[in-house]
Design a protein around this ligand. Structure first.
Ligand SMILES: Cc1ncc(COP(=O)(O)O)c(C=O)c1O
Length: 414
């Protein structure tokens, strides 16, 4: 990207920005919630749209001058609805957490019961963790995974729904490597009179490409983030059935947010358009193939994977047999230029700050054009590091191979 002005005006920010660009170029980003957006998305983000205040919604704004902004937001809404087959879309949430917040505050009263996936089993902070607003405002009860299979315990979902009669059931996860049966959870929600919100933040790109079952037409509401598998800007979206449109819109603005980020909304519109293409579908297919290949290599080297593999874009390594902690693994890999993140695993005894798992994913590497061959090499590099965490020679060698590989797959091809 050209940042000639920035260099002149603020050399310090410019320098740090360039250093970060180099880090991304020279490393292997394997954090499953990260990706590289297209240049078209970046252009929309860095445009004059950031100058505009547009509190309200298309055709009803609290500021003048929104003629073109309205066209952009209407386009983003239309594309989001079509892509996910929803009755309505609110594209204003600044993040996935805020999309969830809008749904909770629209549907619930303080102290209402909500049933969601446990953080340790793969859920997200905004699904009722005590440190999050969600856990402070509402009474969350959690379902988990079965000990033997580490797959979602749908029977437990029903047992807890029957026992606690929650007002809302939240499905969706942050670190679950398998498909989620939204229809089954929806049946349970209906049986016990609960609303159902599916948070597809992680798998939105896979859903858009038809490679993971769409929660619609089953669920009441869906939230998602656009920055992960969807390859868009950082941001959130709420989708839903018609009857929730008014309460969600009112809750996003003025309920929990002020002026929308119209530059981000334009970038969301661009990513929705890109997500409808055949090349996007092929990309998502490759994301899954790459994750499977990576799993195969790791399993061959006797690395234990939660659930024994993956159906989606991410893998979760159980580090306990390797006698290395999540923090340690994340740090040593970072020193070689491989970016992953430490994560809790089901029934983890360790603390969330230094858990027993390591989460990795393939969206960003696949965006760079890497395929199964590269996954094989990367899997072997990761295994070498995890099995020899203190060996400096191994670290240096892996570092060199990471730089060489990253160089072969340029950062922005398109
Ligand atoms: C399932 C799920 N929901 C919500 C979020 C929150 O998204 P954000 O970081 O944009 O607030 C995440 C982020 O990782 C997530 O994994």
């Amino acid at each position: 990207m050209q940042e000639a002005k920035l260099r002149k005006v603020d050399s310090l920010v410019f320098r740090f920005l360039k250093q970060e660009e180099q880090r991304q170029k020279r490393g292997l980003v394997m954090i499953p919630s990260e990706n590289f957006t297209s240049l078209a998305v970046l252009e929309a983000l860095g445009s004059c749209l950031t100058n505009k205040y547009s509190e309200g919604y298309p055709n009803f704004r609290y500021y003048s001058g929104n003629k073109y902004i309205d066209k952009i937001e209407i386009l983003a809404i239309k594309r989001a609805k079509e892509l996910f087959k929803a009755d309505f879309a609110n594209v204003q949430p600044h993040s996935g957490t805020q999309a969830n917040m809008a749904c909770y505050f629209a549907l619930l009263k303080k102290g209402d019961r909500v049933l969601s996936m446990d953080l340790n089993a793969g859920g997200h902070l905004s699904h009722g963790a005590k440190v999050s607003f969600s856990g402070k405002f509402f009474h969350f009860i959690h379902y988990g995974v079965k000990k033997e299979t580490e797959l979602i315990d749908y029977e437990q979902v029903e047992i807890l729904a029957r026992k606690y009669r929650p007002k809302l059931i939240v499905s969706g996860a942050s670190s679950y490597p398998r498909k989620i049966n939204f229809r089954l959870i929806n049946n349970i929600a209906h049986k016990y009179g609960a609303y159902h919100l599916a948070d597809i933040a992680h798998i939105a790109g896979l859903v858009a490409a038809g490679l993971h079952p769409n929660p619609f037409p089953w669920v009441d509401l869906v939230t998602l983030t656009t920055q992960k598998t969807l390859r868009g800007p950082r941001g959130g979206v709420v989708l839903g059935k018609k009857k929730f449109e008014k309460i969600i819109n009112r809750m996003v603005f003025p309920g929990i947010q002020g002026g929308p980020f119209e530059n981000v909304i334009a970038a969301k519109a661009v990513c929705f358009k890109q997500a409808r293409t055949l090349s996007f579908k092929k990309y998502q297919e490759q994301v899954i193939k790459n994750a499977r290949q990576l799993a195969k290599v790791l399993l061959k080297e006797n690395i234990r994977l939660i659930t024994g593999g993956t159906d989606n874009h991410l893998l979760l390594i159980d580090l306990r047999p390797l006698k290395i902690s999540g923090l340690e693994a994340e740090r040593i890999l970072e020193e070689t230029g491989i970016y992953t993140n430490r994560n809790v695993i089901p029934f983890d005894d360790a603390s969330p700050n230094n858990p027993s798992g390591l989460r990795l994913g393939t969206p960003a590497l696949t965006t760079r054009g890497m395929k199964e061959r590269e996954m094989k090499l990367i899997g072997q590099l990761i295994v070498r590091i995890l099995k020899n965490p203190k060996n400096k020679k191994v670290k240096e060698d892996v570092k060199k191979q990471v730089i060489a590989l990253a160089k072969k797959f340029p950062y922005f091809k398109k």
